[in-house]
Design a protein. Structure first.
Length: 385
């Protein structure tokens, strides 16, 4: 465990420094660096305890009890910044440190003890008499609960971001946070380890056994660092690729239309909504704006001459779908038309690009979802008729 801790800490430290060495960094990259640095310190601290380094330098004893309370806030802020919800850190974000500071204050009596006593308390545990921290089982449960709550909040932020993406974008691949969801499976596993360890201790272990963070929890730190490193080197720009969703929620006014915010947020008159729908349908059929793979709702609204907020109401309310489904429905229709022509594009990739998809995989996935068959199967059936 000692060598694994030191090796894993070195990997996390290397990746953190690699991120910090970039000249231009997104806030998400800074927060990822902070998380990796914390994991590196946590792993080195684990090695320090496993190797009994505290016997010659006891001043770091007890810090490993407080560090888990920092991961939840860091992971939540990482998710919020990657989703564009937090663009810069502000003093209000210091409130996320309350659980950590609370634990440090509870540990203050221990830190005031002499060196020999600290070493003794690290190696001996007598409930109610000799303890590193007061109420260790309660505080262990608090650490698991804090991490769980922050992870739930982080996944909620990512879900909201991807839901809003579908309202404004016709292309999700460049902006989706699937990479971050994958990365967050590691802290989810760590949270489950903490919860399982707490339950096992309460149900099966005698009261005089000290509750400690399991080794498996620490072994997942290098896995988090490895996954982060893969993303860092495979897609170097992905860490800061979030779109400014919040700004899109306040669309720019369109010339010749009412621009007051109060009007933009009122419910559309049914007659006006039908007029907008007819105008939109005519534009989609004649101009084929969906062939632009980067088409967004504000861009389409400007082309049609409809306030973006009203266009959103027409697509969502009148047509019963989000913008992503609306545009890709036209793309699939156009692709089916191309696939059915004997003199159409020679291969499926050409059809995908012509219809507005930016990758063959996205095209195949959506086409199969809509038609129940692959583009190749559809072409074979269409040509054989």
């Amino acid at each position: 465990m000692f060598l694994l801790s030191i090796g894993g800490g070195a990997v996390a430290l290397f990746l953190a420094v690699a991120l910090l060495a970039k000249k231009e960094r997104h806030l998400a990259e800074n927060l990822l660096s902070a998380t990796l640095l914390l994991q590196a310190f946590d792993l080195f601290l684990r090695g320090y305890i496993e190797g009994r380094g505290y016997r010659s330098f006891p001043f770091l004893i007890g810090l490993d009890r407080s560090i888990p309370l920092l991961y939840g806030p860091l992971l939540y802020l990482l998710a919020a910044s990657a989703a564009g919800q937090v663009r810069r850190l502000a003093p209000i974000h210091l409130f996320h440190l309350i659980p950590f500071v609370f634990h440090l204050l509870l540990m203050a009596p221990f830190y005031l003890k002499n060196q020999a006593t600290r070493i003794f308390l690290q190696e001996r545990y007598i409930p109610g008499v000799a303890m590193l921290e007061p109420s260790p089982v309660f505080l262990f449960g608090l650490k698991a609960l804090v991490l769980l709550c922050y992870l739930i909040a982080a996944f909620a932020v990512m879900a909201r971001y991807e839901r809003l993406l579908r309202e404004f974008y016709s292309d999700l691949e460049r902006h989706a946070l699937s990479w971050l969801r994958l990365l967050f499976l590691v802290p989810v596993a760590q949270c489950l380890i903490l919860c399982g360890s707490l339950l096992f201790h309460m149900l099966y272990l005698p009261w005089f056994v000290r509750i400690n963070v399991p080794a498996g929890y620490y072994l997942l730190h290098p896995m988090f660092a490895a996954l982060a490193g893969i993303q860092l080197f495979r897609m170097p720009g992905r860490w800061g690729s979030a779109v400014d969703i919040e700004r899109l929620l306040e669309p720019e006014p369109v010339e010749g239309t009412e621009t007051k915010e109060k009007y933009q947020k009122t419910r559309l008159d049914p007659a006006l909504a039908e007029e907008y729908r007819a105008r939109l349908a005519a534009h989609m059929e004649t101009a084929r704006p969906y062939t632009d793979p980067l088409l967004t709702l504000p861009q389409l609204a400007k082309q049609v001459g409809i306030p973006a907020h009203h266009l959103s109401q027409v697509v969502n309310g009148l047509m019963g779908m989000n913008f992503y489904a609306f545009v890709n429905g036209y793309r699939i229709g156009f692709a089916k038309e191309l696939l059915g022509k004997a003199d159409g594009p020679a291969n499926v990739l050409e059809v995908a690009f012509a219809a507005g998809f930016n990758s063959k995989s996205a095209f195949n996935t959506y086409f199969r979802k809509e038609t129940g068959m692959t583009p190749t199967e559809f072409r074979r059936r269409a040509v054989s008729r």
